[in-house]
Design a protein around this ligand. Structure first.
Ligand code: NAD
Length: 493
C-alpha cells in the first residue's frame, strides 16, 4: 500500500517522489509506504485550503455540522476495521484501538452539535437604542500537527472543531502512523466534505511540519507532541505572531492514601501505567503512596504485573502491546539504566524482550521501580514507555507537593475514601485533569483536555474550549438610535 497526500480532494504523489516504510511495531514488518513530501506540497495544500475556506465559511454552521454527523456514522460503521488497522500501525491492543476510534465517533457527534450552538454572547448596551453581541468567526487555514500515539483520536479532536467553525485544515500526521490519516481523509470525502476543506500532507517534522508552521497563510497551528518540538514551534509562531495551541508531555501521578481501596488502586495503576505500553500523554509514571500501605501496594502490583500478557495487540488476550519503534525501546532502556544508577530499586521488568515471538517487534517488559525520590530523573522526565516509579510519602500534603513538583501538569489521580482528602486534592493538585478513585487516563471528549505548566500553553483540546483555538471573537455593536452616541460619554448621568 502506497499512502499518498490528500490535496484539494485528490490523492497525489509527493512532489519529492519519495516514500518511507511504515512498520508494524508488533512484527517489524513493513505494512505500507508513506509519502515523504516537501514544502511545495504544503504550499499547494495551503493555497487550495485558502480558496476553499472562503466558501466553506459561508455554508451555514448547521449544514457544516451535517457532514460531521455523516463522518461520525461512517466512523461507527467502520469502527472494527479502523481499530484493526490502528493496532497494526501503532501497536496498541485492539480493545484500546476500538476505544480510540470511539473517541473520534464521540467527537464527531459532539462537535456536530456545536453547529447549532457556536454560542456567542448577547449583552445589554450601556446606551439607548443600541445592541451588543459577540460571535465566533473562523480564523482561516488551520495547520494541525499530531503524534503517533493516538493516530486518529487527536486528529478528530482538532479537525472536527476547526471544520465545524468554518475553517479549512491542513494536517501533517506523524510519519509512523499515516494509515489512520488516509482513512480519515476517505471518510471526509465520502461524507461529502467539499474538496479543499481538509488536506493531509505526509512527511517528516523538520521539513513538512516546519513548512506548515512557517507558511504565512496558515493562521493557527494546533500541535500535539513532545515538549522539545512544541517549544520550537511556539518560538517560531511567536516571531510570526501566529496563534498556536500546544498539548505536550506529562509526568502523571497516582496518589494512594492509607485509607484507599487497594484493589481499586492497583487496577487503576496497572491500566494507566501499562495501557498503550505507557505511551499515553496521560500515562501514570509515578505512584505516590502513603508509607503505611507501600509494602502491601507493591506486593499487589507485582502480582498484577505477572498476569499481564505481552504481545501482538491483535490477540484479544494481550494486555500490553509493543512500543512504537527500536528508538523508543532504546530510550526507555536508557532511562531504566539511569534509574538504577540513581539508586532506585527495580521491583520488576527493566529489560527489552528479544526472545521467541518478541524477536521481531519492539517489546519492553512492564517495569516498576521503588524507593524512588522525587528529584531522581526517572521521577521527573517523561519516559513514554511502560515504566512506573513508586515514591513513598507520609501525608497528603507531602503527596500533593511531590505531585506538583514536576515541570509537567497534565493529569493526576488520588485513591482515598476520605471526602476531605478528595476535596483538598481537587483544589490543590495543579494538573489540567484530576481523577478521584480512577487512574490518570480516561478523559471524556466533552470536557476540556490539556495541562498546566510545561504540558501546554493554556489552550485545550476537547469540549467547547476546543473552539477557542479555531475561532476569533468578533464583538458587534448595532446602533439604531439614528444619532452619534459616544460610548462612556453620551450616557444619561
Ligand atoms: P514529536 O514531538 O516527536 O512529534 C509530534 C509531531 O510533530 C509529529 O507529526 C512530528 O513529525 C512533528 N514534528 C517533529 N519535528 C517537527 C518540527 N521541527 N516542526 C514541525 N513539526 C515537527 O512527538 P511524538 O514522539 O510523535 O509523540 C509523543 C509525544 O506526544 C509525547 O511527549 C506525548 O506526551 C505527547 N502527547 C501529548 C498529548 C497531549 O494531549 N498532551 C497527547 C498525545 C501525545
Amino acid at each position: 500500500m502506497k499512502i499518498q497526500n490528500y490535496i484539494n480532494g485528490e490523492w497525489k504523489e509527493p512532489s519529492t517522489g519519495q516514500f518511507a516504510p511504515v512498520i508494524n511495531p508488533a512484527t517489524g514488518e513493513t505494512i505500507a509506504e508513506v509519502a515523504m513530501s516537501g514544502p511545495n506540497d504544503i504550499d499547494e495544500a495551503v493555497q487550495a485550503a485558502k480558496e476553499a475556506q472562503k466558501q466553506w465559511a459561508l455554508v451555514p454552521a448547521p449544514k457544516r455540522a451535517e457532514i460531521l454527523y455523516k463522518v461520525g456514522m461512517l466512523l461507527k460503521e467502520r469502527k472494527e476495521q479502523l481499530a484493526r488497522l490502528l493496532t497494526m500501525e501503532m501497536g496498541k491492543v485492539i480493545e484500546e484501538a476500538r476505544g480510540e476510534v470511539q473517541e473520534g465517533i464521540d467527537m464527531a457527534f459532539y462537535m456536530a452539535g456545536e453547529g447549532r450552538r457556536l454560542f456567542g454572547d448577547t449583552t445589554p448596551s450601556e446606551l439607548k437604542d443600541k445592541f451588543a453581541m459577540s460571535v465566533r468567526t473562523p480564523v482561516g487555514v488551520v495547520g494541525i500537527i499530531t503524534p503517533w500515539n493516538f493516530p486518529i483520536a487527536i486528529a478528530t479532536w482538532k479537525s472536527f472543531p476547526a471544520i465545524v467553525a468554518g475553517n479549512a485544515v491542513v494536517w501533517k500526521p506523524a510519519p509512523e502512523t499515516p494509515i489512520m490519516a488516509q482513512e480519515l481523509a476517505r471518510i471526509f470525502e465520502e461524507a461529502g466534505l467539499p474538496p479543499g476543506v481538509f488536506h493531509v500532507v505526509h512527511g517528516d517534522g523538520p521539513t513538512v511540519g516546519n513548512a506548515l508552521v512557517e507558511h504565512p497563510d496558515v493562521k493557527v497551528i494546533s500541535f500535539t507532541g513532545s515538549n522539545e518540538v512544541g517549544r520550537m514551534i511556539a518560538e517560531k509562531c511567536g516571531r510570526l505572531l501566529k496563534k498556536v495551541s500546544l498539548e505536550m508531555g506529562g509526568k502523571n501521578a497516582v496518589i494512594v492514601m492509607d485509607d484507599a481501596d487497594l484493589t481499586l488502586a492497583v487496577d487503576g495503576i496497572i491500566w494507566s501505567a501499562f495501557g498503550t505500553s505507557g505511551q499515553r500523554c496521560t500515562a501514570c509514571s509515578r505512584v505516590i503512596v502513603h508509607e503505611r500501605v507501600k509494602q502491601e501496594l507493591e506486593r499487589r502490583l507485582l502480582e498484577a504485573v505477572k498476569t499481564l500478557k505481552i504481545g501482538n495487540g491483535l490477540d484479544e488476550t494481550v494486555k500490553v502491546g509493543p512500543v512504537i519503534h527500536e528508538e523508543a525501546l532504546q530510550k526507555i532502556d536508557r532511562y531504566v539504566r539511569i534509574g538504577v544508577e540513581e539508586g532506585a530499586k527495580l521491583l520488576v521488568g527493566g529489560y527489552i524482550l528479544r526472545e521467541g515471538d518478541y524477536a521481531r517487534g519492539f517489546y519492553y517488559a512492564p517495569t516498576i521501580f521503588t524507593d524512588v525520590t522525587p528529584n531522581m530523573r526517572i521521577a521527573r522526565e517523561e519516559i513514554f514507555g511502560p515504566v512506573v516509579s513508586i515514591i513513598s510519602v507520609r501525608s497528603l500534603d507531602e503527596a500533593i507537593a511531590v505531585n506538583n513538583s514536576v515541570d509537567y501538569g497534565l493529569s493526576s489521580a488520588i485513591f482515598t475514601r476520605d471526602v476531605n482528602n478528595v476535596f483538598r486534592a481537587m483544589r490543590d493538585l495543579d494538573t489540567g485533569i484530576v481523577y478521584v478513585n480512577a487512574g490518570t487516563t480516561g478523559a471524556e471528549i466533552h470536557l476540556p483536555f490539556g495541562g498546566t505548566k510545561g504540558t501546554g500553553n493554556g489552550h485545550r483540546d476537547s469540549g467547547v474550549a476546543a473552539l477557542d483555538v479555531f475561532t476569533e471573537w468578533r464583538s458587534i455593536y448595532v446602533d439604531f438610535s439614528g444619532k452619534l452616541q459616544r460610548a462612556q460619554i453620551d450616557t444619561d448621568d
